[in-house]
Ligand binder design. Sequence first.
Ligand SMILES: [Cu+2]
Length: 147
Amino acid sequence: MTTAVRLMATVKKMLNTTLGEPMKLRSRLLTKLPLLKFPLLLALAIAFVSAHAQGAPKRIEVTAHRFNFSPAEITLKKGEPVVLVLKSTDVAHGLRFRDLHVELNVRAGSSTEVTFTPDKTGDFTGHCSVFCGSGHGSMALKLHVTE
Ligand SMILES: [Cu+2]
């Protein structure tokens, strides 16, 4: 009888040492899981953003206001896609590069964008394509496309 009790105690002790440890480790991991999730999500977000940033075309921001574009001159590379963003800080404006078949129209105080790839080198002049007042005719943006 006492041998049986002693045997049971030994088995219990063995079970505690062999099964107790991994069980404790597992429960410790479970409590830390929410903490582990955050850096993991952050790493995934960074990987996603950088993967997209590499392939995303360059953004060129141009502000239109009576009666000029700012900057007044931009330089692009032939064959490299760009996102041209046109922002108006006053009335409605437009921007048209006839030779490149690019045209944008922006509403008053708004912004718009177009993605395009310059397919030829040279110097081009974009004109405001929406009548915006007395200086409208002289409202131009110089674009240089280099090799
Ligand atoms: Cu205009």
